[in-house]
Design a protein around this ligand. Structure first.
Ligand code: E4P
Length: 219
């Protein structure tokens, strides 16, 4: 499973990139607002750091406006993917952009039928938001299995980005289902690495090692 980082923070992306495990980046208007900087400048800096796909979201609600924004966004860097909301106008825009060869990430997907339509429109990626479904007492992860099955039934090439990931269990379940990608906040990436038994195991090994007389004598 590919791992994208879900942030617009250049600092967080730099830190995560050091791990060598980051395959791409997703941003959205809320994440951009947290940076309080010029979004185009932020995107240019991110694209210079990461060679994989970097999703940048449009804010227009009409297909013509979305297409115009997409044309401007793709000029920023060759790895920009245009994020389009899953509404009627969004699907129209995806159809136009996919015919032009512009890569799209259809966002704010909450149902398998929405995902079916996005794939039919030619979306490169679909982003089902599992955490937000959990928030309203639905099992968000079930949506990932449903979409995976539907896409396999019809050989769609649209890749599933598990989005709105809130914890390591979401990541483990996404990987078990065989999702193509999970886009993960930096904090959760750190949680994936850590295990209390790893930490206590290291402490115990180091304590035991100090007990070897030859090690002490050598000092
Ligand atoms: C995905 O592309 C979105 O940026 C993100 O995963 C939304 O997550 P949230 O529901 O935690 O805001």
């Amino acid at each position: 499973m590919k791992i994208f980082i879900d942030t617009a923070s250049v600092k967080a992306i730099k830190e995560a990139a050091c791990l060598g495990l980051i395959d791409g980046v997703t941003t959205n208007p809320t994440l951009m607002a947290k940076e309080a900087r010029n979004p185009e400048q932020v995107l240019k800096e991110i694209c210079a750091l990461v060679s994989g796909p970097v999703s940048a979201e449009v804010v227009s609600l009409e297909s013509a406006g979305m297409v115009n924004e997409a044309h401007e966004l793709v000029k920023l860097a060759k790895n920009i993917v245009v994020k389009i909301p899953l509404i009627k106008e969004g699907l129209k825009a995806v159809k136009i952009l996919s015919a032009e060869g512009v890569k799209t990430n259809v966002t704010l997907c909450f149902s398998s039928t929405q995902a079916l339509l996005a794939a039919k429109a030619g979306a490169t990626y679909i982003s089902p938001f599992i955490g937000r479904l959990d928030d309203i007492a639905h099992e968000g992860i079930n949506l990932i299995s449903d979409i995976k099955k539907i896409y396999a039934n019809y050989n769609f090439n649209t890749q599933i980005i598990v989005a709105s990931v809130r914890n390591p269990v979401h990541v483990a379940k996404a990987a078990l289902i065989g999702a193509d990608i999970a886009t993960i906040p930096y904090l959760v990436i750190e949680q994936l690495i850590k295990h209390p038994l790893t930490d206590s195991g290291i402490s115990r090994f180091l304590e035991d090692y100090k007990k070897i007389p030859q090690v002490n004598n050598a000092k």
